[in-house]
Ligand binder design. Structure first.
Ligand code: NAD
Length: 497
């Protein structure tokens, strides 16, 4: 069984999905029109009543079936990811494994996080009971990028599903096949209604989804597109989550395990050709260990080969951005210890380590999204923190220090920080994921991710009539005086001393 997809009313325009390593056409998909997107949302709206009615347990059971299907067919999905992104099999598997972890967690925890709970009614209304529960929003539109085409959109899709919403998913035009695979396998385990639907196409299809009357848009992609989406969503007061780009720092303190720090820097900067929103782009190293750290980074970088450890640039236009950032860094006094001017080829970019790059150059300020990193020497951790925070982005960050990790982490202006290992927060389903500033707002993953796709419903219930009636014209002066006395006794004394 395949996913329910909008039926073309007229001859349907299509586009090709290419393998970025070979330019081979690996699939052809419809460019869905605004009308077709609207139809998909209408179907999702109908399906949402059924999906919500299943309750936490019914949904969890179906999400577990989906988890099992994806797990059993992980290799097949990995091949689709590889064909459309060019990433190595191990990297494709890693993002699938992490996504599986998230579906399982969301299914298991939705009731606990979102289910009805009692709250204290307070002294003045102690004749009442109070409860809050988190209800589904209805239909969530998910717009995804291509760099982690499974892990990234699934961070929204699975949490929104567990919270009781139906989904219309618009994957990146570079990875529609991965989107289709996910939607088709969901339809295999939940054949009754179109709970998860696919719409494909370019930016215009995404824009149509934003304007189609969904209850929330969960967008992951570039900051520039995020701004456009938020502006468009304002027209209909549609709430949005924006998971956008980053310029993430890695900080190395004098007491750090330098082998581990160098390994994390090299992997964090170069894996997936640096096309990682939480990838390491800037490194700040304590002057006492700078030379040793640099030597270790160079030894490890020597062994990293494009086409082996990582694939081609998935989006050809990104090659120009990477070239521009490297040229700007070199033109302004930076040095490439490896890679550099000739690093950018037709499809692949060689790993590039830049030092002595001015902090106000593009290579330090803008998201490069390629296999490059800048490394800078700092006097102390104060300077490292200040420089790490001097960015309009604020997605993730990494700290290496045996003693000071938590203290430094607390001061980093970023949604997430991992200490003494790269990216570990991303694999922990219980931790919220998201950024601040130009990296966006809102959270996927964890309890926060479940609540992001639901609305709190507060209910106050009077259990018995109180002797003191405050909200009635029958209220007497005596009651008012009594309340005054009571509140004064409770709160009137102020702070001690
Ligand atoms: P992009 O912004 O070009 O596209 C993302 C999606 O938005 C695509 O599906 C695209 O078709 C759609 N889109 C484009 N214009 C639109 C419009 N006007 N209205 C609605 N939808 C529109 O981003 P990309 O190149 O696919 O992805 C790379 C970016 O994503 C990088 O900046 C990266 O840092 C970021 N990213 C962030 C996270 C995160 O969790 N914060 C995760 C992965 C990637």
């Amino acid at each position: 069984m395949t996913a329910v997809e909008p039926k073309p009313a007229v001859a349907q325009e299509t586009f090709d999905s290419l393998n970025p390593a070979t330019d081979e056409v690996v699939g052809t998909y419809p460019v869905h029109t605004a009308e077709q997107v609207g139809e998909a949302v209408a179907r999702a709206r109908e399906a949402s009543r059924w999906w919500a009615s299943l309750g936490f347990d019914g949904r969890a059971e179906r999400l577990r079936r989906w988890t099992a299907t994806i797990t059993r067919r992980m290799t097949e999905l990995g091949e689709v990811v590889q064909r459309e992104t060019g990433k190595p099999a191990g990297d494709a598997q890693l993002e699938i494994v992490l996504a599986i972890e998230h579906i399982a967690w969301a299914a298991r925890n939705a009731r606990k996080v979102l289910g009805r709970k009692r709250r204290p009614a307070g002294l003045l209304l102690s004749n009442h009971s109070a409860t809050v529960e988190y209800q589904p929003l209805g239909v969530v539109g998910v717009i995804g990028p291509w760099n982690y085409p499974v892990y990234t959109p699934m961070g929204s899709i699975t949490y929104a599903l567990a919270a009781g919403n139906t989904i219309v998913f618009k994957p990146s035009e570079y990875t529609p096949g991965v989107g289709k695979w996910l939607v088709d396998t969901f339809a295999e385990v939940v054949p009754e209604y179109p709970v998860v639907q696919l719409v494909t196409g370019f930016g215009a299809t995404g824009a149509a989804l934003v304007g189609a009357g969904v209850d929330k848009i969960a967008f992951t992609g570039s900051t520039a597109t995020g701004k456009k989406i938020m502006a468009a969503a304002a027209e209909t007061l549609t709430p949005v989550i924006i998971e956008a780009g980053g310029k993430d720092p890695l900080i190395v303190d004098a007491d750090a395990d330098l082998d581990a720090a160098a390994d994390a820097a090299v992997w964090g900067a170069f894996s997936n050709s640096g096309q990682t929103c939480i990838g390491v782009e800037r490194v700040y190293v304590h002057e006492q260990v700078y030379d040793t750290f640099l030597k270790k980074v160079m030894e490890l970088t020597d062994k990293v080969k494009p086409g082996v450890q990582y694939g081609p640039m998935t989006m050809p236009a990104q090659l120009d951005v990477v070239r521009r950032h490297i040229s700007d860094a070199l033109a302004r006094g930076g040095r490439a210890l490896t890679g550099g001017k000739d690093a950018v080829g037709d499809r692949y970019v060689a790993p590039t380590v830049l030092v002595d790059v001015p902090e106000d150059s593009e290579a330090v300020r803008e998201e490069t999204f390629g296999p490059t990193m800048t490394i800078a020497k700092v006097r102390d951790m104060e300077e490292a923190i200040e420089k790490a925070n001097a960015t309009r982005y604020g997605l993730a960050s990494t700290v290496f220090s045996r003693q000071n990790g938590p203290r430094i982490a607390a001061r980093l202006r970023a949604g997430m920080t991992s200490i003494n290992a790269p990216f570990s927060f991303a694999g922990m389903a219980s931790l919220p994921f998201g950024g601040i500033g130009d990296s966006g707002f809102g959270r996927i993953h964890g309890p926060e991710g479940l609540r992001e796709f639901s609305r709190p419903k507060a209910v106050a219930r009077q259990r018995f009539t109180a002797p003191i009636q405050l909200t009635s014209f029958s209220r007497t002066e005596k009651t008012e005086k009594l309340v005054r006395t009571l509140v004064t006794a409770l709160y009137g004394r102020g702070a001690k001393g």
